[in-house]
Write a protein that binds this ligand. Structure first.
Ligand code: UN1
Length: 507
């Protein structure tokens, strides 16, 4: 496309974004310096006005005030808000997904899946609202009851990343709201429009069920906006998704004020392919996990640890599958790999591939840029790279579609390679040998360890998160809700005596 054709196309995308926002009921905000772009063409969708630290301060204040009454609403009644949000998400699933495609560059199926993930977690949260169970324990004292009760925590700050611009917000917000917390959301500055749309739908849901719309606040802008959340003592829990670097800044600052952190940081996820693996199934799983979302999930498969006996055959099959991957405009049917988010991501990918070569790697296929829609959009062919060892480069997370292939001889060695990185998010093994599968589940040091599926695409029902530099947080399903509440241990004396614990006699 020539420059002018690209510009014209970008204008069309911008008009489409405005129309979608309108359809979702969001008011197009005043133009300013925060530029919502589309990675599809690299063009600007809308210029927005960013929030100042004073705006963030006021938003936290409103959320703190709203908390005082929201915490007293019974949890199953609070769930009515989430139920209405889920209904609105169902009604607007297509529009919201299209906005995700425009802003984050996801293909249609994945964007719809992301909105589905929001609906799923809302349903989970609605059921959860009647299951915020506390335990009771036998007391050592007669006529006493010992128990735990769970209480709303306060204002939850949510910092989310561009790659899951809406689902990760929903994981946090749906759970936080039924737990009785209020939310201040700082989305990625790369995806302000989807955030605006979600905020609008939630506020509408609140109005429709008679809840206080101030339970949710949206603050937009760069790192200074996030920092205001990080440092504010009124933010009881800060749930942040992003890079290890970001987590390293956020965690000590929140800890210094004795706030709580829930971190979901980088991943450098591996899959082991054992000799017994169903290779056909493995290839399908690997391609989705490594090339899907153009390699821009924190759960993306980045390291393949193949048994020496099947490695060549596996690489051959993967290479054949990679060569058929349709790369292109994610709005087009049939495309499986959309654009990288921006030039920086592209540069990081190129730099990694040059280093791979320097470190003795062999680029089997991919890695080249495909100039499809002008010079400002970064489309690449997913790369498959054989590496002689787990080098420093392989141990780093490059947020792009590069799959490094390593070989192993015995399973202990493969598990050691899996664990031999600083990140600990997701991992998987392809094997038909149950002993190997169990050994892997016990041996992987990651928060997620799968068998016969890839590393990405987790369901919301499980706890999501990882160990080591991934930050240790758990979000969405299982008992992740406990991070959003405070626990009180209660000893209740219903006797007429006052026996002391540990058999102490006092006076
Ligand atoms: C992320 O990349 O930050 O498991 C979240 C998955 C998705 C969520 C990814 N359900 O790939």
């Amino acid at each position: 496309m020539t420059h002018t054709v690209t510009e014209h196309f970008s204008e069309q995308l911008s008009l489409r974004a405005r129309a979608l926002l309108h359809g979702l009921g969001a008011e197009v905000p005043a133009p300013g310096t925060l530029l919502a772009r589309t990675p599809i063409s690299g063009g600007v969708l809308l210029p927005l006005t960013p929030d100042t630290p004073a705006d963030v301060d006021a938003a936290i204040g409103r959320a703190a005030t709203a908390f005082e009454s929201w915490r007293t609403v019974p949890a199953p009644v609070r769930a009515a808000l989430v139920r209405r949000l889920a209904a609105l998400l169902v009604a607007h699933q297509d529009e919201l997904a299209e906005l995700v495609t425009l802003e984050a560059g996801k293909i249609g199926a994945e964007a719809l899946g992301e909105v589905q993930e929001m609906i799923d977690v809302c349903e989970f949260a609605i059921g959860l609202s009647r299951q915020l169970y506390g335990a009771t324990m036998p007391s050592e004292r007669p006529g006493h009851r010992l128990m735990e009760t769970w209480h709303p925590l306060g204002v939850v700050g949510v910092i989310s990343a561009f790659n899951f611009p809406v689902a990760v917000w929903a994981w946090n917000t749906a759970i936080a709201l039924v737990c009785g917390d209020t939310v201040v959301w700082k989305p990625s500055e790369t995806t302000p429009l989807t955030a605006l749309a979600c905020h609008t739908l939630l506020r509408r849901a609140a109005r429709e069920v008679g809840a206080d719309p101030q339970v949710h606040q949206l603050v937009q802008g760069d790192a200074t906006v996030g920092e205001a959340l990080v440092d504010d003592p009124r933010v009881a829990l800060l749930s942040a998704t992003g890079s290890v670097r970001m987590g390293g800044i956020v965690a000590p600052r929140v800890a210094a004020r004795f706030g709580r952190c829930l971190l979901e940081l980088g991943g450098n996820n591996a899959a082991i392919v054992a000799p017994s693996a169903d290779l056909e199934l493995a290839v399908r799983g690997i391609v989705f996990a490594a090339a899907g979302t153009a390699g821009q999930r924190c759960t993306t498969l980045r390291r393949l640890i193949a048994h020496r006996s099947i490695a060549d055959q596996l690489v051959e099959r993967l290479s054949a599958a990679y060569s058929q991957l349709p790369v292109g405009n994610p709005l087009d049917d049939g495309v499986l790999v959309g654009p990288l988010v921006d030039e920086r991501a592209y540069t990081a990918m190129r730099t990694a591939l040059v280093r791979a070569n320097d470190e003795g790697g062999e680029i089997v296929c991919g890695g080249e840029r495909v100039e499809l829609i002008g010079a400002e959009a970064y489309y690449v062919r997913p790369a498959l790279v054989r590496m002689p060892a787990q080098t420093e480069l392989v141990r780093e997370e490059t947020f792009a579609p590069i799959l490094y292939v390593l070989t192993y001889d015995d399973l202990d060695e493969a598990i050691a390679l899996n664990n031999g990185v600083t990140q600990g998010l997701s991992s998987s093994i392809f094997t038909l040998d149950q002993r190997e599968a169990e050994q892997f589940i016990a041996g992987s040091d990651c928060g997620i360890a799968n068998v016969n599926i890839g590393t990405s695409g987790a369901e919301i029902g499980g706890a999501f998160g990882g160990e080591k530099n991934t930050g240790g947080g758990r979000e969405s399903g299982s008992d992740s809700w406990k991070a959003y509440m405070r626990r009180a241990t209660n000893t209740i004396n219903y006797s007429t005596e006052l026996p002391l614990a540990q058999g102490i006699h006092f006076g």
